[in-house]
Design a protein around this ligand. Structure first.
Ligand SMILES: Cc1cc2nc3c(=O)[nH]c(=O)nc-3n(C[C@H](O)[C@H](O)[C@H](O)COP(=O)(O)O)c2cc1C
Length: 301
């Protein structure tokens, strides 16, 4: 049975998180074949960017810390990838970022014309117009960028939020009011830092980085819970999901779909098929359904 999501049918509720496996058709197709319902591309920006120096990703056991620095060829330098993706037979969510409302709009317009199924705006990046503050921590900035992008695209818009917002429900509501069709939450938590005590220096070349994987799941569940209370549009719950039980928890907080990023490293590229199967098994063993458990954790409120 397929899952409806803003006008499209997905094969299950799992989503590949942005930035985990790049943008080539071959790899995205493989992820889809390995059971992923919706694949998200790595965030595409206005200019080519090299990203930060190595080391950029460290496995901490309880999750990862990364400072890859949004390396991107720039939206105009991806002709080969776009041409290949045109003949795909799976749904694609194209993630974009910018440093100003105008940059977001420019990238969004170009990317929309390439025919993705959805556009996800990564508003967890610094807003140069507002002195480097993140777009996603201020309701006005979030509203401005969503409404500007919405005007120039003809596919559904997903706003990806940062847990750094003081009131993430309020930011989600601002995005919904501006025309967002769905919310994706969360991006990485932090920034954090790890120090090599023998070398007496931070391990990441960029010093600070975002946390992901199992250690951030409680933050992600809380964020999705707060967003579900504030909006009526669907939520992609993301952050620390590795198993079917993690996914069930996220659905009880209010998610309609569940994103998976770091767990690709922990459980392999077929983690999507595993999580989807484990979710089905859990629902069957508890004699219940998605509909019955969706947002169930809100019953007491
Ligand atoms: C190495 C790495 C690169 C990432 N790159 C992006 C990116 O380009 N755009 C984005 O929106 N999120 C990016 N993220 C964040 C993930 O999409 C996801 O929100 C986060 O890792 C939490 O999910 P997880 O705990 O399942 O990994 C990246 C995460 C990692 C670990």
């Amino acid at each position: 049975m397929t899952v409806p999501f803003i006008g499209k049918q997905l094969k299950n509720r799992t989503v590949l998180a942005s930035g985990i496996l790049g943008n080539s058709k071959d790899i995205l197709e493989r992820v889809h074949e390995q059971g992923c319902g919706l694949v998200t591309m790595k965030s595409i920006g206005p200019e080519p960017r090299d990203g930060h120096k190595n080391p950029t990703v460290i496995d901490l056991g309880c999750g990862m810390i990364n400072a890859v620095g949004l390396p991107s060829p720039g939206y105009q330098d991806m002709e080969e990838e776009w041409a290949e993706l045109e003949s795909r037979n799976f749904p694609v969510n194209a993630s974009i970022y910018g440093g100003s409302v105008e940059e977001f709009q420019r990238v969004a317009k170009f990317v929309s014309a390439k025919g993705p199924d959805f556009i996800e705006i990564n508003i967890s990046c610094p807003n140069s117009e507002k002195h480097g503050m993140l777009f996603g921590v201020n309701r006005q900035s979030a509203h401005d960028v969503v409404s500007a992008v919405k005007k120039v695209i003809d596919v559904p818009l997903i706003a990806k939020l940062t847990p750094q917002a003081i009131d993430i429900g309020d930011i989600a509501k601002a995005c919904q009011d501006a025309g967002a069709d769905a919310i994706c939450a969360i991006n990485t938590v932090g920034p954090g830092m790890v120090i090599d005590i023998e070398a007496q220096m931070p391990i990441l070349a960029f010093q600070k980085g975002g946390l992901s994987g199992p250690m951030i799941k409680p933050v992600a569940v809380r964020c999705v819970f707060d967003i579900y209370k504030a909006v009526t549009i669907p939520i992609i719950g993301l952050g620390g999901i590795s198993t079917g039980e993690d996914a069930i928890e996220m659905i009880m907080a209010g998610a309609s779909l569940v994103g998976i990023g770091s767990a690709v490293r922990y459980r392999g590229i077929n983690v999507f098929e595993k999580v989807a199967r484990e979710m089905d098994e859990w629902l069957l063993s508890h004699n219940t359904s998605f509909k019955e458990i969706h947002g169930a954790a809100h019953q007491q409120n």
